[in-house]
Design a protein around this ligand. Structure first.
Ligand SMILES: [Zn+2]
Length: 574
């Protein structure tokens, strides 16, 4: 490719709305352009890199035995109603109407479509196992799209769906995808690692996310360096001990706490009740019913864990207007010892199990209760692990201190079970003659997000540092004189032809620009190898070869092509 033939609109400065380095570089290197918030055009170089990521994903999916299909982006709402997700996923679904007034959803994922296909086409155990995948445009009604391709309204995703006759078969399919993902991210030059994850609105009972460590990531991951335990903070548990039991005191005792409405205020003079001896009482609305959640004063409620443990789909804190008629007090004075309506469930964090000598609100503004013994004084409906773990807590597996870091989620594997096959009436005739729902798994990779994660992980002050495997072009040839009769241009054309013939992706910078501009642009776009042909070195019979992240070397003209090929072969992730 000649530079002047394609479109590489590099920018000195990134637009102000680009906040993170990878988003800035996508724009500055001329890889993408914004059309509207969360909606982007891929320019020629961005598209080349994207296609290379897709190709790696395709090769590894094929190698793992999955077969490619292409499903419609336009999906009838009926199948979403059948699976129950028309409501549970409603806030992210793009809804469109056709001219007859019929509503459709724009695909954010395709469990419903593929299960409908399986219901019609798969009838016997002889046809199983099967794993179908597609690479296609997906839509998500993000209210606040941000960080470029990281959180966009439309994006490219690889989604795969496995169907097995048994649970063991489904686990084997899951393992194949897990291993394929490990290879995919390694081939993309990404340091991605798997973590245990919540299954959320997709459903299912077993799940891992593949995470790329990055300060700008939108996920927190708890991990243990000693034993390798790693989990999304929404799922992570720790071996932190339960609240220390004390001598059981007398009955509960009410005391005045005028104006005290926070854990912190109660821990100070004159009350001096440490946060770890307080019970925090929260009121939530779970699937439109009020519930009470008890958590230790020094802990934080993890809403995702709460939803997962109780099976609730829509969870939000209750408003003061909802709380007052329910418990007779305002937030800050709430407690579950007295006046909890009989039909309101009380969920408590396991760390409070057996705790006594605790203090909590009296359900009366301006008063608290002390000497509370939780199992004696509060009717707890169920105990769950509901707290968010913090750095330094003991690992649940080995007891060493946990660490927490930010990360970008690039892939997600789920074991779904029979949730979708049952809901959409997919069955097969088993070997014993009985009809059964196939056991499913689903497996996603955000292709556009992976591309951006590669840039987030590989860059320096001058621009992108691509792994060879996904660089838009592997080699940039930069003649400093570009007239057709110049020695530099003639040699550049010769190198271009020879390298192309050897299967190397080459771009020739034929612009009539100052050397500084050409070198700056090549570094900004981040071509792994640059060959500079300048008058001075040519006079010595040499050219300059500059790997993007290594030192420049002068090489004899006749050795140049061989030297470049050698560098490419030695490069990791090629
Ligand atoms: Zn550990």
């Amino acid at each position: 490719m000649k530079w002047t033939q394609t479109l590489i609109p590099t920018l000195r400065e990134a637009p102000a709305d680009a906040e993170i380095i990878s988003h800035k570089l996508l724009l500055r290197a001329g890889l993408i352009r914004k059309l509207a918030g969360g909606v982007y055009t891929f320019l020629p170089l961005g598209l080349r890199a994207l296609r290379k990521v897709e190709q790696i994903v395709r090769e590894e999916m094929d190698r793992a035995g999955a077969v490619e299909v292409l499903m419609p982006a336009l999906q009838p709402t009926e199948i979403w109603e059948q699976s129950g997700r028309a409501e549970t996923a409603s806030n992210v679904l793009f809804k469109v109407k056709d001219s007859s007034g019929r509503q459709w959803f724009l695909s954010p994922t395709a469990e419903e479509v593929i299960t409908t296909l399986a219901a019609n086409e798969i009838n016997s155990y002889r046809q199983l196992p099967k794993n179908f995948y597609q690479i296609s445009l997906k839509f998500r009604d993000e209210i606040r799209p941000r960080f470029g391709l990281m959180r966009a309204k439309e994006f490219i995703m690889k989604d795969a769906y496995s169907f097995d006759t048994t649970d063991e078969g489904a686990m084997a399919s899951y393992k194949k995808m897990y291993d394929a993902y490990t290879r995919i991210f390694a081939r993309c030059g990404l340091k991605a690692f798997p973590v245990e994850a919540d299954t959320g609105v997709i459903g299912g009972n077993y799940s891992h996310e593949f995470m790329v460590p990055a300060e700008t990531g939108e996920n927190d991951v708890a991990f243990c360096e000693a034993c390798g335990y790693a989990a999304n903070i929404e799922k992570a548990t720790s071996g932190i001990p339960k609240t220390a039991a004390r001598e059981v005191g007398a009955a509960t005792e009410k005391f005045a706490t005028p104006g005290v409405v926070t854990i912190e205020a109660l821990s100070k003079e004159p009350y001096k009740v440490p946060a770890n001896r307080q019970i925090k009482t929260l009121v939530y609305i779970a699937d439109s019913k009020p519930v009470i959640i008890l958590i230790r004063g020094d802990d934080q409620l993890n809403e995702t864990k709460f939803a997962a443990k109780t099976g609730a789909v829509a969870v939000r804190p209750a408003t003061p207007e909802e709380i007052l008629p329910l418990l007779g007090a305002k937030p800050g004075s709430l407690g579950a010892v007295v006046s909890v309506p009989a039909d309101v469930k009380v969920y408590a964090d396991e760390r409070l199990q057996g705790a006594n000598d605790m203090t909590t609100g009296a359900n009366e503004d301006g008063f608290h209760l002390k000497n509370v013994s939780i199992e004696r004084d509060i009717k707890v409906t169920a105990w769950f692990d509901l707290r968010t773990v913090s750095a330094g807590e003991p690992c649940v597996k080995c007891g060493k201190a946990l660490k927490i870091r930010r990360a970008i989620e690039v892939g997600h594997v789920f074991k779904l079970g029979t949730k979708y096959s049952e809901a959409l009436n997919a069955t097969f005739l088993d070997v014993d003659g009985s009809r059964k729902p196939p056991v499913m798994g689903c497996y996603g990779i955000g292709i556009t997000r992976t591309l951006q994660a590669i840039i987030e992980q590989g860059n320096d002050k001058d621009g992108v540092i691509w792994p060879l495997s996904v660089a838009p072009y592997q080699v940039c040839i930069t003649p400093l004189a570009v007239t057709p009769e110049s020695q530099a241009m003639q040699l550049a054309e010769k190198f271009y032809a020879e390298l192309t013939a050897r299967g190397v992706d080459v771009i020739l910078d034929d612009r009539d620009e100052r050397p500084g501009v050409k070198f700056k642009d090549a570094d900004l776009v981040g071509f792994p190898i640059r060959i500079a042909l300048g008058e001075k070195s040519l006079a010595k019979g040499e050219v300059e070869i500059k790997p993007r992240n290594a030192a420049l070397q002068a090489v004899k003209i006749e050795d140049a092509v061989g030297a470049v090929v050698k560098l490419l072969e030695a490069s990791p992730a090629n």
